[in-house]
Design a protein around this ligand. Structure first.
Ligand code: CA
Length: 229
């Protein structure tokens, strides 16, 4: 189950990006490199990395804006990389929601140590409670210290399944619950919401299969087995 954590490096200095990538690889992480700010949020949305190393001064879109973009839909850990020491207070402020920062110039070794520390701090441990909690007002799902933001439709679908564990819901039933306006959508639309929901839940509880397909019938929610250690 322990796949290497995937780190996204956003850095316009190619030499530095490669150096950091080499150190991350040596430490057992997989990584992906993007050289400019535009497109970062979309990449994060599509690929759901475990952590983002985000340079502040970037072509395309500024690191501050990229951080804000990412935080509008994801709680992925973000470490800001900056040469502008005077920005640090703002970077760590609630407004932006970065988890840590590293000042340039930095030693790659120190950066890797920081990555490990942030992942340790923010990832649930194997002995953490396996219970998910719903936060209706924010449409979030919580697992331990981590939360995942769902869209309104995803939240309503998940809430329906979650409140009746192991009960099978047809796509029509889920559709009725998900769209207050009585809108009719195709089965494929429901399937695609389920797919996104599964991806988000997998990020929250890696390795747990919570939403099961029931062939010819629909979907059901099965709570994760609680580990006894
Ligand atoms: Ca830069």
């Amino acid at each position: 189950m322990n796949e290497p954590a995937r780190i996204l490096i956003v850095e316009d200095e190619e030499r530095l990006a490669h150096l950091v990538g080499d150190y991350l690889a040596a430490a057992g992480f997989s990584h992906h490199w993007l050289a400019e700010g535009s497109g970062v949020a979309d990449w994060v949305r599509d690929n759901r990395p475990d952590l983002v190393l985000l340079d502040l001064m970037l072509p395309g879109r500024d690191g501050l804006d990229v951080c804000r973009d990412i935080r509008s839909f994801s709680q992925v850990p973000i470490i800001m990389v900056t040469a502008r020491v005077e920005e640090i207070d703002r970077l760590l402020g609630l407004e932006l929601g970065a988890d840590d920062y590293v000042c340039k110039p930095f030693s790659p070794r120190e950066l890797v140590a920081r990555v490990k520390a942030v992942l340790r701090r923010l990832q649930p441990t194997a002995t953490a409670s396996d219970t998910l909690e719903l936060e209706p007002h924010s449409h979030r799902v919580r697992h331990g210290e981590r939360t995942m933001e769902l869209t309104t439709v995803e939240y309503r679908i998940f809430e329906t399944l979650y409140q009746a564990p192991n009960r099978i819901f047809s796509r029509d039933q889920l559709m009725d619950r998900a769209y207050e306006d009585g809108r009719i959508v195709s089965d494929r639309t429901i399937d695609s919401h389920i797919k996104k929901l599964r991806r988000k839940l997998a990020e929250l509880m890696p390795g747990a299969e919570l939403i099961h397909s029931v062939y010819g019938a629909g979907y059901r929610y099965e709570p994760a087995a609680v580990s006894n250690d």
